[in-house]
Design a protein. Structure first.
Length: 186
C-alpha cells in the first residue's frame, strides 16, 4: 500500500510539472514590473483577461484556471491611452492578458507576418535596430533571430505579441529599447 501511494505521488508530481505551473497574479505582476520598470502595480490596477474585467476578489481563482504557458499576451495600456479615455480614473493602471485559443487565425497570421517582417533582413548593422525576440520564453541571440524566424512554420504558432515601445534594458539588454517580439509555438 505504501509503495502504491509513493508511486501515485510521484506520478502526480510528474504530471503537474509536465503541464507547467498555474498562472498567478504574482507571475503576471513580476513579468510586467521587470518588463516595464516604470510601471508600479497597486490595488487600483485593473486586469483584463481575454477581454473580460477580473474582479480583485476572484483574480487568484480565475488565474489558477490557466497555466503560465497558456498566456500568449501580457501587456499594459500606456498612460497616454488611459488619460484620453473616459472609462478609467486618473492613475489607473491596466494590464491586458490573452490566452491561447482566443486568437482568430486571421489575426494570428497577420501578427506573425508582422513579426517575421521585423527580422526578415539580416545585416550586421541592422541587428542594432531590431527588437528582442523571445520564442517559448527563451530570448534568442540577436544574430540568430533571422534564421530562427525563417524556421518557424505558421501552423505551429499559437501566440504572437509585438511590443513596439521600449522595455526593460536590465532584463532584455540594450535591444530592449527597440521593443519586444514574443512568439509561442507548439
Amino acid at each position: 500500500m505504501r509503495k502504491t501511494l509513493q508511486i501515485l505521488s510521484f506520478l502526480m508530481i510528474s504530471f503537474c510539472s509536465l503541464n507547467g505551473q498555474n498562472l498567478t497574479k504574482n507571475y503576471i505582476d513580476n513579468w510586467i514590473v521587470t518588463t516595464f520598470p516604470e510601471m508600479e502595480i497597486d490595488n487600483k490596477t485593473i486586469y483584463i483577461l481575454n477581454g473580460i474585467f477580473i474582479e480583485h476578489e476572484t483574480i487568484d481563482s480565475i488565474f489558477n484556471q490557466y497555466l503560465q504557458s497558456d498566456v500568449v499576451l501580457i501587456d499594459k495600456i500606456d498612460k497616454s491611452v488611459i488619460d484620453s479615455s473616459t472609462f478609467f480614473l486618473p492613475d489607473t493602471k491596466v494590464i491586458l492578458l490573452q490566452t491561447k485559443g482566443v486568437y482568430k487565425r486571421k489575426i494570428l497570421r497577420k501578427r506573425f507576418k508582422e513579426a517575421k517582417k521585423l527580422f526578415s533582413i539580416y545585416e550586421p548593422d541592422s541587428v542594432k535596430n531590431k527588437p528582442v525576440l523571445i520564442i517559448n520564453e527563451m530570448q534568442i541571440d540577436k544574430d540568430d533571430c533571422h534564421s530562427r524566424m525563417n524556421k518557424i512554420k505558421f501552423s505551429k504558432v499559437f501566440g504572437v505579441q509585438i511590443i513596439d515601445r521600449p522595455v526593460s534594458i536590465d532584463k532584455y539588454g540594450t535591444a530592449g529599447q527597440n521593443g519586444l517580439v514574443i512568439i509561442k509555438i507548439k
